[in-house]
Design a protein around this ligand. Sequence first.
Ligand code: SAM
Length: 303
Amino acid sequence: MPFWSIGELLKASSDYLKRKKIDSPRLTAEVLLSHQLASDRVSLYLHFDSPINQGDLNGYRTLISRRATGEPLHYITGVREFWSMEFLVDPRVLIPRPETELLVECALKTAKDIDRQEEILILELGTGSGAVAVSIAKEIPDCRIWATDISTDALGVAKENAVRHGVENRIVLISGDLFGALVGRSSPLFDIILSNPPYVAEEEWDSLPREVKEHEPRPALDGGEKGMKFLAPIVRGAHEFLRPGGRLFLEMSPHQTEEIVSLLESSGIYDDIGRIMDYSGRYRLVTARKRKADAKTPKSKGL
Ligand SMILES: C[S@@+](CC[C@H](N)C(=O)[O-])C[C@H]1O[C@@H](n2cnc3c(N)ncnc32)[C@H](O)[C@@H]1O
């Protein structure tokens, strides 16, 4: 029986993925073959002419056909890199996006400026796989993060990731609807609240790539009318859970940032309101600081 070498198999499978219009076909073929062989991509090149055994060949064919029919690469391999760490992902959670690393970056910068003895308290609404919360917990040893999600399935994945990275003792995972998750828990006031809630506008749903629409959890993406179903209530509710001087960071679509900035400005509760660009030069985050004078829960003007 003829055998396939690693090199031949990579060539044939990447040509096949290319014909199926899969992005980055060569890279995908390499990632899937190293996943099948439980090795890394460099080893593929070190053993380029080595034959593949029949069991691995069959397993690899299955992986390639799953990808060719549109299943996301990271659900097939079960892992996604974020903030240079490996996170478990499966269809219970959204696959963390690179632009979301900006939330981590902003939280780290803000935390550096907090001059206090006690631990820094952070709230993440909609933690999904826990990628943001775990990355922050890894970087800031003296912080405690309350991470919520409406999906108990997602929280199961977040728990696994927190354990995997050894930060489970500093992440409190809570299920519930936005700030409703904190009701009755005598939660503290937070130094930082951050979220990348579902913000795809209902009217944009059909134009999403099939891969996203058909495989990632809709409740993790669908932001309702104009994508504001979660962003607006977070803006309205955050001040009750922020320390005076505490910071809010929200990720959203670039076209939503102006409306969120206006909401924050009209509230009279925040200062230092601004937009932050992602690495591709598009406004991606909105940030605001709860006014220091506002120690008590304020009566908002505009929220
Ligand atoms: C866009 S995903 C972000 C997940 C994660 N932060 C990440 O970047 O990978 C939004 C998350 O919000 C959660 N979510 C949706 N509706 C929610 C709600 N009403 N309250 C809390 N979380 C919610 C979803 O289950 C999902 O995990």
